[in-house]
Design a protein around this ligand. Structure first.
Ligand code: AMP
Length: 566
């Protein structure tokens, strides 16, 4: 039986956080590392990104923090990862009110020093900058009891091992509990573990290497509203035999099966809310080939024996790399070839890239079949079926009616055309909807207003006054950077010194996250960093698209400013 989060020894506050984040069950690395770290052991985990390793070391270690002040240090190889991890630590620690500070090169020392002086509980840093701050006596690690080395093999590759050792030496070896995560185990990492870890518990998560060279993995970018229409087009033109379609939730699975059924694509769903007996019946039909389209959730699919399928379709992209591998492993078995198709919205591009990082395999971008492709395909299919029927010479029963109709004066080709029309009526039950180009919104000459700063302000303030005016809860601007009610402040580690201007932010963020330009509010650009306000409902889209986004051609990560940068 797989453990649940409740079995791992986490305190209620953290269980609540995990539930709020929607994590249903611990990942394998979490199931092993959390109890070990809670028990005070050093842990060396072999796991890549996408396995849930950040929560695997963060949850238990923050549970063990017991006094105020700086007690925990996380080292990460890159600025990007340090920022991302600091955000994750902050998120996992919300209920505990943790103060987290990321430190990395390129950001001003003064800022970091000032924040350190004010007091933080966790520092997440790149080795270079962390060591600099120690040497400048701005960072004092003497009270640090928990150290996590994230992606240790990457730090080695980047030549940071000496820095890492110097940093470890600045902590108290007697009280330090160390967690080390690495995707590979080169000698140098083993040596580091021997020298700096106390009898580490080694956890190796079998790399679920994607042994699916014979699976063609591709993705389509479509807007959320067009996903069903896009799926239907694919169902029409693909050479489908038996197809497994994944959704994220039980409700989503039920809804999608119903929608497909209603559109003339017989589908059924298995999910946790259906009685076992029904699930078995559906699976029998699927195995027998009577049912060709099966919609499922990850949880259910894991527990049942589903035969090899011709297509796996990720209607919803999985959250974890490991889930992606499990899903697509359902096709391409026993040397046969298979197809794995993933639908993503424009804002999920970053998420898809992280899955590619996890599998270390490219997923090819593909273009949806057009309406004409579908019609052409329907014609071809009908023609072939008709020819097969003629060739089979089993149509004698039709001659009697044909003779009668001819006797009434109708010509054979008139009769045949009418019969074809009747036969093809069922095709019109399958509506062919228009699909908007997911990339189409680009600021152009006429679109300027939409993207301009003034336009934003006006749009925002009208909406807000109207809404809050009613119950008299009109909130004023919150502080100097101007975060307004209904907006969330985000942070990015590029600023004036990187040539960033307001227009770059509005254009870059809006086009990559596929949100209207006027959902971006106040922008404050400093030398090395930028704050921007984004309307509540678009925050998730922006964070997801900008996990590895581009502004003026430079890669950056946008994160919530709250807690970490405020
Ligand atoms: P990581 O391997 O730490 O980079 O995590 C990969 C992604 O998985 C992150 O987006 C996490 O929010 C998410 N995640 C971590 N643990 C779980 C879990 N138990 N269930 C679902 N998602 C998770």
């Amino acid at each position: 039986m797989n453990p649940t989060f409740d079995d791992l020894g986490l305190i209620p506050e953290l269980l609540q956080t995990v539930a709020d984040l929607g994590y249903a069950t611990p990942t394998p690395i979490q199931a092993e590392a959390i109890p070990a770290l809670l028990a005070g052991h050093d842990v060396m985990g072999q796991a890549q990104t996408g396995t849930g390793k950040t929560a695997a070391f963060t949850l238990p270690l923050i549970q063990r923090l017991d006094t105020d002040g700086l007690q925990m240090l996380v080292l990460a190889p890159t600025r990007e990862l340090a920022i991302q991890t600091s955000q994750a630590v902050y998120r996992y620690g919300t209920q505990l009110g943790l103060r987290v500070l990321p430190v990395y090169g390129g950001q001003s020392y003064t800022r970091q020093t000032r924040r350190l002086e004010k007091g933080v509980n966790v520092v997440v840093g790149t080795p270079g900058r962390t060591l600099d701050l120690i040497r400048q006596r701005a960072l004092d690690l003497s009270a640090v009891r928990f150290v996590a080395l994230d992606e240790a093999d990457e730090m080695l590759k980047m030549g940071f091992i000496e820095d890492v050792e110097a940093i470890l030496k600045a902590t108290d070896a007697g009280t330090r509990q160390t967690a080390l995560f690495t995707a590979t185990l080169p000698n140098e990492i083993q040596r580091l573990a021997r020298a700096y870890m106390r009898d580490p518990q080694v956890i190796s998560i079998e790399s679920e290497a994607v042994t699916v060279d014979n699976v063609f993995q591709r993705y389509y970018v479509v807007r959320d509203n067009d996903k069903v229409a896009a799926l239907c087009r694919l169902l029409e033109v693909e050479e489908l035999h038996n197809t497994l379609i994944f959704t994220r939730t039980k409700a989503g699975a039920a809804r999608l099966a119903e929608t497909l059924y209603g559109r003339g694509y017989p589908a059924d769903a298995i999910h946790g809310d259906r009685p076992q007996i029904e699930r078995e019946r559906i699976l029998r039909l699927f195995r027998a080939g009577t049912l060709k389209l099966l919609v499922a959730t990850d949880v259910v699919a894991r527990g049942v024996d589903i035969p090899d399928v011709s297509h796996v379709i990720n209607f919803d992209i999985p959250q974890l790399g490991i889930e992606y591998v499990h899903r697509i492993g359902r096709t391409g078995r026993a040397g046969r070839s298979g197809d794995a198709i993933t639908l993503i919205s424009p804002r999920q591009r970053g998420h898809l890239r992280r899955i590619e990082d996890y599998t270390r395999q490219p997923i090819t971008k593909a273009k949806l079949p057009t309406r004409d492709d579908v019609l052409q395909r329907r014609d071809d299919h009908f023609r072939t079926t008709l020819i097969d029927q003629i060739e089979a010479r089993e149509s004698e029963a039709g001659y009697a009616i044909l003779d009668e109709l001819e006797a009434m004066g109708y010509l054979p080709n008139q009769i045949a055309a009418a019969a074809i029309k009747l036969l093809r009526a069922e095709e019109t039950d399958r509506p062919l909807e228009d699909i908007r180009d997911a990339q189409e919104r680009k600021p152009g000459k006429n679109g300027r207003d939409k993207w301009s700063r003034n336009g934003d302000r006006n749009g925002n303030s009208h909406g807000k006054n109207g809404k809050h005016g009613k119950n008299g809860k009109k909130r004023s601007r919150r502080d100097r950077t101007g975060q307004e009610a209904g907006m969330v402040r985000l942070y990015m580690d590029l600023g004036r010194s990187n040539g960033v201007r307001p227009g770059d932010i509005v254009y870059g963020v809006a086009s990559q996250a596929d949100i209207p330009g006027d959902s971006i509010g106040a922008i404050t650009i400093r030398d090395h960093e930028t704050y921007l306000d984004v309307r509540d409902e678009h925050v998730d889209a922006v964070l997801s698209a900008m996990q590895r986004g581009r502004i003026r051609g430079q890669v950056t990560t946008l994160i919530r400013a709250e807690g970490v940068f405020e």
